[in-house]
Design a protein around this ligand. Structure first.
Ligand code: ZN
Length: 198
């Protein structure tokens, strides 16, 4: 039987990627083997990224250093936008430009998935509001029951500390149960701008 184990190893590694099935993995493997320069660039970019990209200690988004360039930017509006995933920050930054600050929760409260508030980055939100003199908190969490629960929990944390900030959440245009990343830029921007107070 004609078998090259290196090929199988790469193919099976590639099938771990999102949206890559057996057929695609095989196509990519053959493509990389016949385009060695592209393969080398991917190896280097991947290795540098994995080695150097970390999570910001302040907002928990992706960062090149301990604190990310957004947290270090002093010229933004005093609005803290709460999102679930680090990639949501990149998406919103693309849609809104250099406008707000962000906080990544790292998930939503979900008893079914064993996610409690202690597993998420929630406790440091009131601290950030105080320290960074935040005037408004915008909840851009997934429009699901879990996302809502997490939003109300955050509201509770903020009120417990007696902080007087406006708390709102994105409304219009985001269908329930869907992911932020599946929205087109304009829909997402509308949902953010036409937010409702919680
Ligand atoms: Zn940051």
């Amino acid at each position: 039987m004609y078998k090259i184990s290196y090929l199988d190893r790469l193919k099976s590694a590639l099938t771990n990627l999102p949206s890559i099935g057996e057929k695609s993995a095989e196509r990519i493997t053959f493509f990389l083997l016949s385009n060695r320069e592209i393969a080398e660039e991917i190896i280097n970019a991947l290795s540098d990224t994995i080695k150097n990209v970390q999570f910001c200690k302040n907002c928990h988004g992706f960062s090149d250093g301990e604190i990310c360039h957004i947290c270090e930017d002093t010229l933004r509006e005093k609005v803290l936008c709460i999102v679930e995933k680090p990639e949501d920050v990149i998406l919103l930054e693309k849609v809104l430009g250099r406008k707000w600050y962000y906080h990544v929760t790292g998930g939503v409260i979900s008893p079914a998935n064993n996610k409690t508030p202690d597993d998420l980055h929630l406790k440091d939100i009131p601290e950030r509001i105080k320290k960074e003199r935040i005037l408004e908190v915008v909840l851009a969490l997934p429009p699901t029951v879990e996302g809502d629960t997490t939003g109300y929990y955050i509201k509770g944390l903020i009120e417990q500390e007696g902080l007087k900030v406006k708390i709102s959440r994105i409304s219009r245009g985001i269908p329930r149960g869907s992911d932020l990343s599946f929205q087109d830029g304009q829909t997402l921007k509308d949902a953010l701008m036409e937010r409702r107070e919680l």
